[in-house]
Every structure is written in structure tokens, then in C-alpha cells.
Design a binder for this molecule. Structure first.
Ligand code: ARG
Ligand code: ZN
Length: 887
């Protein structure tokens, strides 16, 4: 049954206080829930309906008296209630059997909770919706030896011993919160602690809790937390409002992390790092995710969502905030640009396909069957782009004013995306955002990626240049027609030899320098620039100022100019991507029988060579430019996709880059291989990334030439490496070039890190995600699933093998014999019985089936139908596969 946004109604009751007492036992945990409720006078009287899921109900008391109640599906219903009353509910649950990892569950003998979005109802009966906010008091009782640490939200107010080797802790959260922000942790944990003094002079205790052996991997998370606190206060004036702020890591977690008030619970992947076990990418992800969850303390916890359709209110805003945080931590402007390019790459390789596929939904969806399915790249990453466009339209200072007004207005409330946009506009009444607000909000209501085509005409007589824009947006499920969007287009003009030209629109008295923002609002419109000395090269959508697909009929020479000279690093990178993409598409669409031997032209290779040699450019930027668009991104540009052809062409391009630039790769590797003592800062990380890419190409070149020197050097590098990034990059170079030495390196890698779960995940993932050669990956994946270290129940491990193959390795998944799809369908069904959220994620791997060429298309459809027809399929997976089949 679909839940619809338009059906929202305020709750019939409010819950003011909740007093929970837990008697923890993995097999049978007892939960006593005492609440004070009152009728919501603004809603007509109706019975109280409490949500529950997989609970055993023992007792219901109203004002201390046994009360009559009834059950309707999973809801507990009580009639004839007074205006205000005390309600006591006693239930039990079985955390050890909770493989869904929602509600209260056990991971490695420790209790954890995950309540967002609807997990609290698996702990007790409740009005489990974000607009019901209550004050929580939590008492935890458990065996002292097995569970020495007992944590919940807020402040520890009491603790002590109990008979029979048990003890207790009592926590009071000073802030009202919705149930999805409740958390409890109990087990054998140790903490890194840090006391800090905030700007206002208040003391705070910061703690990062992990298992005993992992304390040496918590320094970076702690530093990231300290930086996050300082940043939110400096940039937005938002201070830490708690005496104690805790982060706890668990190795069994469906998602990345969770922002429970004062007690963030994290996947170990986003907490644990030291130089021996974590890569630069891990360090950078930890910084982002620690920041993200901390920033939720304001954008999520202090101001939350009225209903789950507003999820992007907190997620889009908080992703935007974590992106800005990571950028602001960069010392160099070039590092900021690198971060922006990385963020856009995620958006375009993951969100654009979602927006074009069967699961397409607006940033503020209109309906859902299972809310867990809507923790998507659209809600998160596109939502962040919508917030970013607001900042572009009101300016950085104006945006900060808007954020201040938003929190002044709505502190302590559960609000909507409209409330957010209104606050930003109201704080900037003269802005384009205020002027265009109703139209701007189409970004919240209309799904699909807008296409923007631009066409420029130079008039040598008038010395004018006219840029015409036409925007459109394809139909998406339930939305056949779209109205025009407000699209901020950051624009610059370059001369043919690469100089930045002044910009003067017709009618303006004087030229302005550099980039300016054109605000598009119509299906078609034109801008004429005057005093343009010669035909310019337009640099459109600088910094990726709007989440659109830009079509412009750039000539190769123009793209080469942008690649060599654009002052905007994003568009410089983008020009290189466009050149590569073009070559790929030409080769893919070329004579089908012909081998795709050399898709890249000499001009492209020359440009890449000089870029690699440019001493002014940052290594991190070079690494991005020299990395080809992914198979997924290339496939999105095609109407009909032959994944094997895409794979073959991209592999041929990689070989060309490897052999055509061989001498340069040798030099680049030698120049960048040393980065001094390990430091994950962007500059050193960039050097390691470029050296790593060089090794990949050197090993690939060696593969075609049969030369053994570079694979040998790479193996040596693998052995000598002083940090995980260098070691893993060397291993990756051997594995991805399919060299015989890879087996030896893989075996020694496993032996070295057999007790480091997160590193073993990398070991699995690298193999399952390796380039396919003649169908060799699927048998390997099946082999890996038989490995003693494999487990389907641990989401990280399942992802490292199954998702690395099904969701991240198109060249290996799409087999002419359909065996990849059969494998996929079996795993989806198997996982569905254990953990529906993870299964539904995996189910999305075939979202784009209807674009596939035959025989893939029919075979993929058949596999989806097999999943859809399974009896007892979860709501989660059911929603994904039925939407896929409707495409
Ligand atoms: N709010 C969390 C975050 O973005 C994610 C929680 C996701 N939970 C879920 N059941 N899908 O930081
Ligand atoms: Zn979030």
C-alpha cells in the first residue's frame, strides 16, 4: 500500500514524555515503556493507534489500570481515552534474532539500535512518526560483565549496581526528539576521549567508542569531529548544544551512520582508520560522514522533518553542509575544485541514472511503499544540489543569513522543505530566489534530470555573441509533463587561444570580468553579449552550477581549448571527459563487427600528455582528468546499451592511455611515488592517487607488451608500502591488469590482514569488481562466497562481494549467457529473507534493464520477474522490482 504525501494529517495525540526501562538479554529483552500522552486538540477525536513490529505484547495499562485494546495488523489500538493520561506498555523482543538490523539488534555481543526511519516500533509500541517529539528518560539494566558500557541519548544522570551481577545506567536527554533519533548501545567497548572548550567557554566531552582492539584507529574520527564542531560554529554560528557527544562504531550496519541525538552510531567503515589499514579515500569518507552526522545535530535533530516525504529537508541540507565542510578544510583552491569534481561524479554516475530509471522520484517524493527505499542519491545528492543552487542565487553570505533565520524560526519543530526554502528566501528578499521561489521549488516536486541545450552564434559584424538555451525534462513515472526549472548557469567566455574574456550583456554600460550567473526560467531564452572581439569558446555551467545535462555542440578544438586553458577547474576537467566520452560513443556506435582498437585520437592523447607534464597542475586534478568516464556513465549516454561493447571500448581506451603515454607514466610514477611520512591531506593524497593511476597504466601496458618489469616493480611496491593507500594501489594495479603476479599479492594481502574486517572487505571487493576477461569474474565471485570469511549476514561483507559484482562491475554482470542475472536474482531472494533493506538495494542493480540491447534485455527482465514472483517478498524488494517491471 502506497503512503501519499497529500494524505498527511497531524497526529491525534502528542507524547510529552517517555520513560523507557530495558532489561537487556540477547534472546529476550524486556522493555517497559511509560509515557504521558494528551489529545491533540486540533484534530477530531479518534482512537490511539500505536505502531509496532515483531513485538511480544505483555501488558497495557492506562493510568495504572488494565485497559482494553485491540490489534489491527501491526497496530495497537486503544479507544475511549481521556484528554491526557499515562500509558504503560510492556513488551519483549529478540535482539539476537534481529537480522534486519532495524530496531534493537546484537552485533558481536554488543547491543545497538537503528531507528530511522521506522525502527523504533520494533522496540516498543509508539507513535513512530517524526512529528511526535517527546522528552526521553532511559534506564538500561544488563549483566555488568558482558555489558560494562551502557549508553543512551543525552546525559548520564545515575548508575549503579544491581543484584545478580547486573548493573544499570540512567540517561536523560535534555532535548525533545522524534523516536527515530532514539539510541541505545550496550556492550564491551572502550572510548577515545577528548575534552574541548567551545567558543562560548562551555566544556564538552567527546567520545569515540569502539571494540578494545580498535582504539588505535580512532584518532582521525576524533579529529574530524573536533573540526566539524569548530566549522559549524564558524561558518553558520551553530554550536554544540550537549555536554557529551558520543560516536559508537558497529561492524553490522545497513547504512553509513546515524545521527541519533548525542549518540551517533556508525558503520565501522566510517570510523576506523590508521595508515596501515585505511586508504586516503577511507580517511576522506570518515571526515565527511563524521561531519555529516555531526551537522545533523542542527539540520535534523534540532529541526527535523514533519513527515518522511520531507526527508531531503535534513538529508539534502546536511549533505550540502558536509560537502562545504570538506571543501572549507582544503588549504588550496585546487583541492576545493577536486572535491567538487568528485561530488559531481557521484551525482552523475549514480543519481542521473536513478532520475532516468524506474525509481525516479522528486527530491520531495509524492508517495512510497517502503520509506527505506527512499534513502537515495536523489534525496541526498540531488537534494544537496538544490540547496547549493539556493546558495548560488542568494550568495554565500545571504545563504548564511538564510540558515540563521531557518533555525531561529523552526528550532524544536518538525517542518517541511517549503519551510526551508521560504526561510532562505525571506532572509534575502531582494534575491533571485525570493523573486522566483514558486518556480524554483519545482526542483522539489519534479523528478528527472533536465536537459539544457546551448547554442552559440557569433556575429563578426556586430561583434556580438548570442547564446541560446533550450531546457526540457523527460517524463518520469507519474509525471508525463514538466514545467521549466529555474537554472542558474555560471558562464565564462574564452578566446580561441584561451584568454578569459570580459562579459557585457547587450544593454549594459560596462563589461564585468570573469564568471557570471545567468538565471534561466523559460523553456527557451537567449543572451547576447556585446564587444566580443572574436568567436569565443563558451565555458558553460562552471562549477556545475545546476544538476542538469548540458548539451552543446562543442567542436574538438573548442574542447581542447577549454581543457588547456579554462580558469574554471571543473569545466577544464569536464572538457577532457567530453572528449573521451565522444570518442567512446563513436567507437561503440561504429561498425559493430569491427574491433574497437583505438578509440582515442592523437589530439586527445597529446592533450593528456601535456596536461600530465604541466608543473602548475595539482596531482589530484591530473588523476581526475586522466581517469576515463565510467562504464555506467558512458552507458547512460546511449539509447540502447550493449554492456560488453561498452566494456570492450573503455578497456581499449585504457590500453591506449597506457601505451600511448607510457614514458610519461614512468616519469609520473617516479616523481610522485614518495610523499614523505603518511598524511591523508589532499595534497599528499593526490600524489598517491596519481602514482597509483600511473601503476595501473604501467601494468596494463606491460600486459599488452608482455614486459615483466613494471609488474615486478609493482609487486615490490606492494611489499614495501608504508601505508594502505600505496599497498592497495599496487595490489589494484596487478589485479586490474590481470597479471599473473596478482594471485601471490592477493594471498599475502589476505594473510597480512586476516584480522582486519574492513581490509578483508577490500580484498573481496577488489576481486569481485575486477575487469572481466572472458567471463572470469562470475565464477570467481561464486568461489569467494564459499570463502570461510564470507558472510551474507554482515552487510559490509555482502556488499564487498555481491554489490561489487552486481552493482559496480557491468562488464562482468551482463553476460550473454544470463548467468550474471540468475546469480543476482538468487542473491536478492536470499538476502530478502535476512535483511530486506540490503536486498532492496541490491535489487536496484538492474534498474536500467529496459535500455539494454538483446539478449541482455529479455534475460534481465526475466530475472526481475523471477524475484517479483517470489512468495513472501518484503515490501522493500517488492516495491523496487514492481517499479522496475513497470518501466
Ligand atoms: N540519517 C542517516 C544519515 O543519512 C541515514 C539513516 C538511514 N536509515 C535507513 N533505515 N535507511 O546520516
Ligand atoms: Zn544524513
Amino acid at each position: 500500500v502506497a503512503i501519499r504525501r497529500e494524505d498527511y494529517r497531524a497526529p491525534a495525540y502528542w507524547i510529552d514524555t517517555v520513560d523507557l526501562t530495558f532489561d537487556l538479554d540477547p534472546a529476550k529483552t524486556r522493555v517497559l515503556n511509560r509515557m504521558r500522552l494528551r489529545r491533540n486538540p486540533e484534530v477530531a477525536a479518534e482512537p490511539l493507534r500505536l505502531d509496532g513490529d515483531e513485538l511480544n505484547l505483555a501488558r497495557v495499562l492506562v493510568n495504572g489500570q488494565g485497559a482494553s485494546f485491540r490489534m489491527e495488523a501491526d497496530q495497537l489500538i486503544i479507544d475511549n481515552l481521556p484528554e491526557s493520561f499515562e500509558l504503560e506498555i510492556f513488551t519483549t523482543c529478540a535482539p539476537a534474532k534481529n537480522t534486519k538490523l532495524m530496531g534493537l539488534f546484537v552485533s558481536e555481543d554488543t547491543f545497538f539500535t537503528q531507528c530511522e526511519a521506522e525502527g523504533f516500533r520494533r522496540i516498543t509500541y509508539f507513535l513512530d512518526r517524526p512529528d511526535v517529539m517527546a522528552s526521553y528518560t532511559v534506564t538500561i539494566r544488563a549483566n555488568r560483565e558482558a555489558y560494562p558500557v551502557l549508553l543512551s541519548n543525552g546525559n548520564l544522570v545515575e548508575q549503579g549496581q544491581l543484584p545478580e551481577g547486573r548493573h544499570f545506567a540512567k540517561w536523560v536527554d535534555p532535548f525533545r526528539k522524534p523516536s527515530y533519533l532514539f539510541a541505545l548501545v550496550a556492550g564491551k567497548l572502550v572510548a577515545r576521549e577528548q575534552r574541548i572548550k567551545a567558543r562560548n567557554g562551555k566544556d564538552h566531552l567527546l567520545q569515540v567508542y569502539v571494540r578494545a582492539g580498535d582504539l588505535d584507529k580512532t584518532e582521525h574520527a576524533m579529529n574530524s569531529l573536533i573540526n566539524s564542531i569548530a566549522w559549524d560554529e564558524a561558518r553558520f554560528g551553530l554550536p554544540l548544544d550537549l555536554e557529551r557527544f558520543m560516536i559508537v562504531a558497529t561492524s553490522d550496519f545497513n547504512m553509513g551512520a546515524m545521527e541519533n541525538k548525542g549518540l551517533n552510531i556508525f558503520n565501522t567503515k566510517y570510523v576506523l582508520a590508521n595508515q596501515a589499514t585505511a586508504t586516503d579515500a577511507d580517511y576522506s569518507n570518515i571526515e565527511s560522514v563524521v561531519g555529516h552526522e555531526y551537522f545533523h545535530n542542527w539540520s535534523g535533530d534540532r529541526v527535523t522533518c514533519r513527515d518522511w516525504f520531507q526527508l531531503s529537508l535534513k538529508e539534502g541540507l546536511t549533505v550540502f553542509r558536509d560537502q562545504e565542510f570538506s571543501q572549507d578544510l582544503c588549504a588550496e583552491p585546487s583541492a576545493r575544485a577536486v572535491k567538487r569534481i568528485e561530488d559531481v561524479r557521484v551525482l552523475r554516475t549514480a543519481q542521473f541514472p536513478e532520475d532516468a530509471g524506474p525509481m525516479a522520484h522528486p527530491v520531495r517524493p509524492d508517495s512510497y511503499i517502503e520509506i527505506s527505499n527512499f534513502y537515495t542519491v536523489t534525496i541526498y545528492e540531488k537534494g544537496a544540489e538544490v540547496v547549493r543552487m539556493m546558495q548560488t542565487l542568494v550568495g554565500r553570505k545571504g545563504f548564511e543569513r538564510g540558515i540563521t533565520l531557518y533555525f531561529e524560526r523552526h528550532d524544536g519543530q518538525a517542518v517541511t522543505c517549503d519551510d526551508f526554502a521560504q526561510a532562505i528566501a525571506d532572509a534575502n528578499p531582494e534575491s533571485e530566489l525570493a523573486r522566483l521561489l514558486p518556480q524554483f521549488k519545482r526542483w522539489y516536486s519534479q523528478a528527472g534530470t533536465p536537459r539544457l541545450s546551448a547554442h552559440g552564434v557569433y556575429d563578426p559584424v556586430q561583434r556580438s555573441y548570442t547564446l541560446s538555451f533550450v531546457q526540457s525534462c523527460p517524463p518520469t513515472p507519474g509525471q508525463p509533463f514538466k514545467e521549466p526549472f529555474v537554472i542558474p548557469v555560471n558562464l565564462g567566455l574564452l578566446s580561441a587561444d584561451g584568454r578569459e574574456l570580459p562579459l557585457q550583456l547587450a544593454g549594459e554600460d560596462a563589461p564585468g570580468a570573469g564568471t557570471r550567473t545567468l538565471v534561466l526560467t523559460h523553456a527557451g531564452e537567449q543572451f547576447t553579449f556585446v564587444n566580443v572581439e572574436a568567436e569565443p569558446v563558451p565555458s558553460i555551467l562552471r562549477g556545475f552550477s545546476a544538476p542538469v545535462i548540458l548539451d552543446h555542440d562543442y567542436g574538438e578544438a573548442q574542447l581542447l581549448t577549454l581543457l588547456a586553458h579554462d580558469t574554471d577547474p571543473f569545466n577544464r576537467w569536464e572538457a577532457g571527459q567530453r572528449l573521451a566520452l565522444r570518442a567512446a560513443i563513436q567507437a561503440i556506435e561504429g561498425p559493430a563487427a569491427g574491433p574497437a582498437e583505438a578509440p582515442l585520437g592523437e589530439a586527445y592523447l597529446d592533450a593528456m600528455r601535456s596536461l600530465l607534464r604541466d608543473p602548475q597542475l595539482d596531482a589530484a586534478f591530473k588523476e581526475l582528468v586522466l581517469t576515463l568516464p565510467s562504464e555506467t556513465y558512458i552507458a547512460e549516454q546511449l539509447d540502447v546499451v550493449d554492456p560488453q561493447r561498452v566494456h570492450a571500448v573503455r578497456e581499449a581506451m585504457r590500453v591506449q592511455l597506457a601505451t600511448g603515454l607510457f614514458a610519461d607514466w614512468e616519469r609520473v610514477y617516479e616523481q610522485h611515488r614518495e610523499t614523505g611520512p603518511y598524511n591523508p591531506d589532499p595534497h599528499s593524497a593526490g600524489r598517491r592517487a596519481l602514482a597509483g593511476l600511473a601503476l595501473v597504466y604501467l601494468c596494463l601496458a606491460a600486459r599488452s607488451s608482455g614486459d615483466a618489469v613494471w609488474p615486478g616493480k609493482t609487486l615490490q611496491r606492494f611489499k614495501d608500502a608504508g601505508n594502505m593507500t600505496d599497498r592497495f594501489n599496487a595490489l589494484n594495479a596487478l589485479v586490474s591488469s590481470g597479471h599473473a603476479l596478482a594471485a601471490q599479492a592477493l594471498a599475502s594481502f589476505h594473510a597480512m590482514f586476516r584480522n582486519e574486517a574492513l581490509v578483508i572487505d577490500k580484498w573481496f571487493s577488489l576481486q569481485a569488481g575486477a575487469p572481466d576477461r572472458g567471463g572470469d569474474i562470475l565464477p570467481l565471485v561464486k568461489q569467494l562466497m564459499k570463502h570461510p570469511d564470507f558472510s551474507l549476514k554482515n552487510p559490509n561483507r555482502a556488499r564487498s562481494v555481491i554489490f561489487s559484482y552486481c552493482s559496480a562491475n557491468p562488464g562482468a554482470l551482463h553476460r550473454p549467457d544470463a548467468a550474471g542475472y540468475v546469480f543476482w536474482s538468487e542473491r536478492v531472494m536470499e538476502l530478502d529473507a535476512i535483511n530486506p533493506q540490503v536486498a532492496a538495494r541490491l535489487a536496484r542493480a538492474l534498474d536500467r534493464w529496459s535500455k539494454l540491447a538483446e539478449p541482455y534485455r529479455s534475460a534481465a527482465r526475466e530475472a526481475i520477474m523471477r524475484v517479483a514472483s517470489k512468495p513472501d517478498l518484503s515490501k522493500d524488494t517488492h516495491e523496487v522490482v514492481t517499479r522496475a517491471l513497470a518501466a
